[in-house]
Design a protein around this ligand. Structure first.
Ligand code: UT7
Length: 322
């Protein structure tokens, strides 16, 4: 039986750091509110001439190096992003060109903050059924481009970044299972209300931004993530104590703490980056994963629970032996 295993991780953050103090000078907010309600202290923001593919490329090259793979080994590229460089070609095709890869399948996947977990689930299925052997799976976002920097209820929350993994065919797992869900019924609670087909002029002028009913999203996210923890453990016949590391989506420290409580897990076993990265949407889970791997906390053989929740609503999880 063929499984898919993560053989390398990488990530990238733009150089510019925007602190809560910087935001105090931009909107009616304060450091204390942001830290207490979200856990965020700072976030990284792209330069005017940087875009999603730049972050994705740097993260991908680091993941390839960590996996000791060359670009020629890659036979599938999936980029999870809500903020593609262009309407088309996909960011995955732009990345493929930059890496000098020709011919393999390359596509973007849009599941907002759950994007990387979706992409990992899809790549896992490609590998399990023999359609790919060595995939680049990336979450990359420039959320700062779709934020209204005069809206204090959203602009303090998001940041830019990218994370990547190399996922390879292996005799041993790997990805044990992935659980992907959506319910479009909730689309109005967290959305960018216009798009290329509904308001092309405004999109071209970048006059359409993230809107969120934060406390309603918070309530559904907390309950839903609790349920997906149960679903993931049950599907694999595991107990809470079998999980070594929780690698959660980084939207709000209070949501992360609620999921950790559900797992009866101390925060010492949760990879937390929200304080330094903010919410980087599809990039947040692979950024946290790379952080945990590179600082030596996550070791080969550890059991990881990856989970995310986001616009759509979408939500999902993956159980992974690293
Ligand atoms: O990644 C995708 C999924 N996204 C999420 O999971 C996000 C989920 N939601 C959240 O994380 C939280 O709901 C927020 C952090 C967005 C907001 O926290 P909250 O505790 O739900 O606050 P709230 O929206 O209920 O607002 C409380 C108060 C309001 O003032 P009043 O009406 O009580 O006087 C807001 O106007 O806080 C005010 N407020 C702010 N004050 C200072 C809202 N934003 C700010 C701000 N600075 N930036």
């Amino acid at each position: 039986m063929t499984f898919a295993r993560i053989t390398g991780t990488g990530s990238d953050l733009p150089e510019k750091v925007l602190t809560n103090a910087d935001l105090e000078a931009m909107v009616d907010t304060n450091d204390q509110w942001i830290r207490e309600r979200t856990g965020i202290r700072q976030r990284h923001i792209v330069a005017p001439d940087e875009a999603t593919a730049d972050l994705a490329e740097r993260a991908a090259r680091r993941a390839l190096e960590a996996a000791d793979r060359r670009v020629g080994d890659i036979d599938l590229i999936i980029v999870a992003t809500t903020t593609p460089d262009r309407v088309f070609p996909s960011t995955a095709c732009l990345l493929q060109q930059r890496l000098g890869i020709h011919g393999c399948a390359a596509f973007d996947l849009q599941a907002v903050c759950t994007g990387f977990v979706y992409a990992l689930g899809v790549a896992d299925k490609f590998i399990r059924c023999g359609s790919a052997r060595c995939a680049l799976v990336i979450g990359a976002e420039t959320m700062s481009r779709i934020i209204d920097w005069t809206d204090r209820s959203t602009c303090v929350l998001f940041g830019d970044g990218a994370g990547a993994v190399v996922l390879e065919a292996s005799d041993e797992p790997g990805v044990h299972s992935s659980h992907l869900h959506a319910d479009g019924h909730y689309s109005h609670l967290l959305h960018v209300p216009k798009g290329v087909a509904t308001a092309p002029g405004e999109v071209a002028a970048a006059r359409t931004f993230v809107e969120m009913k934060g406390n309603e999203v918070f309530r559904v996210a907390t309950n839903t993530l609790g349920r997906i923890v149960d679903e993931t453990l049950a599907a694999n016949g595991l107990n809470k104590s079998d999980i070594d590391w929780l690698v959660p989506h980084q939207a709000n420290i209070r949501i992360i703490e609620a999921t950790a409580r559900k797992l009866k897990m101390s925060l010492d076993h949760v990879i937390i980056t929200v304080d330094r990265h903010g919410n980087t949407s599809a990039a947040s889970v692979p950024l946290a994963l790379d952080q945990g791997v590179r600082d030596g906390r996550i070791k080969r053989g550890d059991m990881l629970l990856l989970e995310a929740f986001g616009g759509g609503f979408t939500w999902g999880s993956a159980l992974v032996t690293y």
